[in-house]
Design a binder for this molecule. Structure first.
Ligand code: HEC
Ligand code: HEC
Ligand code: HEC
Length: 430
């Protein structure tokens, strides 16, 4: 990839004012040779904000050449090659074709795309920002790789079925800034609702896999993980986060507890680490954005009115039996306390506290169980814990033991999330 040599740090890049650093590409593809380097870097930045490479790159594949399987309620889709290859990629796309695809969800041959391409979010993005992405993509080396055929269930295998879906669920149109709000708020809203497509994971979907605008950002299950509520709800959402803590989390994947907190005066600030799909979002996209953009995102999120997940019951601390508690404690001492410490207080900055931890306290046990089953992927973005990983307990502990230890950490040290069953662990194992 031509731009790999340009190492751009978040601080250096600013989406509005561009100070371009690095070497100019020596050989430039003719189709884009008239474009300035600033334009291509701007396009690259916008492609990072849209996290296009995350979906359009398969493991061990070249960036943007596609082939990543995406499981949907309609079956398995393989992402297309979006390098400028004319046979395998999007080399023949005109500017209009590209905008029509991303803003309207319609292919150059006039057929609808599946919403696994997050066009319900990208429809909000300005023409010029999308065309900058196109210019950048067109400057890359073409790849002849052909992704596998989609494996979709009837009737969804017939693309025309998606016309009906678009009629009912797709709300087309560009982002409209709110003149009552600050530029920073509007920039955050534009990024979150448009390229950032945060709602694609954090908003619940109905049976037709469409997100419900009235439930925007109230939390949803993605690939077995739980993408939490991002509204300002005090218990389920970001109500306790400061703008600074949130901006830091978006850049590093870590939120650290207040170091001055003590047992008798515990910090109210959240301490957590992005470990699942969010670790990838942070690693591939958010950690590479300008500090001003991350702050804008945090300002906008912190202003989302509090809204609890639909059908959510008020939290009811459920007490473990004495036997469950003793068994849980024994498992915790043997397997966990060396790192997370006796009272679940953790050891900053290496081991996150489990006490007061938002992941541990989620009503849905999905993320705790996934972390226990899989361990934490070594993610270089998480600068503080790159060398100390959360081990995987999937092969070490039984479903019963995992349920017991998870229930223990969810009910101890002031945590008050409901217990977990072995059945729930089993369901997440596959
Ligand atoms: C969440 C995964 C995901 C993300 C993120 C994503 N895409 Fe895609 N994209 C897809 C899928 C899946 C398809 C194919 C949809 C279909 O076949 O109906 C697709 C199709 C496309 C197409 C049409 C290609 C063709 O050959 O018809 C283009 C162009 C495209 N994406 C560009 C982008 C750009 C630019 C970005 C970033 C701004 C992006 N995508 C981000 C999943 C994604
Ligand atoms: C060798 C040290 C080590 C051991 C042993 C260990 N962990 Fe962890 N754990 C970590 C680290 C490090 C992280 C943070 C990983 C990261 O940031 O990538 C973590 C993260 C977690 C998280 C996610 C916290 C968050 O905020 O996202 C949970 C929950 C957790 N551990 C529970 C446990 C339980 C329960 C056990 C025992 C069964 C255990 N851990 C054993 C090191 C350990
Ligand atoms: C691919 C799906 C996906 C996308 C896209 C995504 N998230 Fe997440 N996010 C998750 C999941 C899953 C978690 C929780 C588990 C984890 O760490 O992966 C999470 C966790 C978070 C958390 C921590 C919340 C808490 O209470 O601990 C914040 C904040 C967050 N995401 C913000 C964002 C923002 C802002 C965007 C858009 C720029 C975004 N996310 C896009 C899946 C996603």
């Amino acid at each position: 990839m031509r731009f790999r040599a340009l190492s751009l740090t978040a601080g250096l890049l600013c989406a509005s004012a561009f100070a371009v650093a690095g070497d100019a590409p020596a050989d430039t593809v003719s189709a884009t040779s008239h474009l300035s380097e600033g334009r291509l870097l701007y396009g690259r930045y916008m492609a990072i904000a849209g996290d296009c490479a995350a979906c359009h790159t398969r493991p061990d594949g070249k960036p943007f050449e596609g082939g990543l399987p995406i499981e949907t309620p309609f079956g398995t889709l393989y992402t297309p090659n979006i390098t400028p290859s004319t046979g395998s990629g999007i080399g023949t796309f005109s500017d209009e074709d590209f905008l029509h695809a991303l803003q309207d969800g319609i292919s150059p041959s006039g057929l609808p795309y599946y919403p696994a391409l997050p066009y319900p979010s990208y429809t909000k993005v300005k023409d010029d920002d999308l065309l900058a992405i196109k210019d950048y993509l067109m400057s890359l080396e073409p790849s002849a790789y052909q992704p596998p055929e989609n494996d979709l269930r009837w009737p969804f295998s017939v693309r025309d079925a998606m016309f009906g879906w678009q009629d009912i669920y797709f709300d087309k149109g560009r982002f409209e800034p709110d003149p009552e709000r600050s530029d920073e708020w509007n920039r955050g809203a534009y990024l979150v609702e448009g390229l950032g497509h945060c709602g694609a994971c954090h908003t619940p979907r109905n049976l037709a896999a469409a997100t419900e605008p009235s439930e925007a950002m109230t939390g949803a299950i993605v690939d077995g993980w739980y993408a939490p509520n991002l509204t300002s709800d005090l218990h389920q959402g970001l109500g306790r986060w400061s703008v600074d803590a949130l901006a830091t989390f978006l850049r590093t994947g870590l939120a650290s507890a207040d170091p001055d907190a003590t047992d008798s005066d515990p910090s109210d600030a959240p301490a957590t680490a992005a470990l699942g799909p969010m670790a990838e979002v942070v690693h591939q996209s958010l950690s590479k954005l300008a500090a001003s953009d991350l702050r804008a995102i945090a300002v906008y999120l912190k202003d989302l009115p509090a809204k609890a997940e639909p059908g959510h019951r008020p939290q009811r601390p459920e007490i473990l039996t004495e036997t469950q508690y003793e068994q849980g404690r024994a498992l915790y001492v043997k397997n966990c306390s060396a790192c997370h410490q006796d009272h679940g207080q953790g050891l900053q900055p290496y081991f996150p506290a489990l006490r007061g931890n938002p992941v541990v306290n989620q009503e849905q046990p999905n993320d705790v169980l996934k972390i226990l089953l899989l361990g934490a992927p070594a993610d270089p973005t998480q600068a503080f814990s790159a060398h100390v990983v959360m081990p995987s307990f999937g092969a070490v502990l039984s479903d019963e033991q995992l349920a017991t230890v998870a229930s223990y950490i969810r009910a101890n040290w002031g945590n008050d999330a409901p217990p977990v069953t072995a059945k729930e662990v089993k369901a997440l194992r596959k």
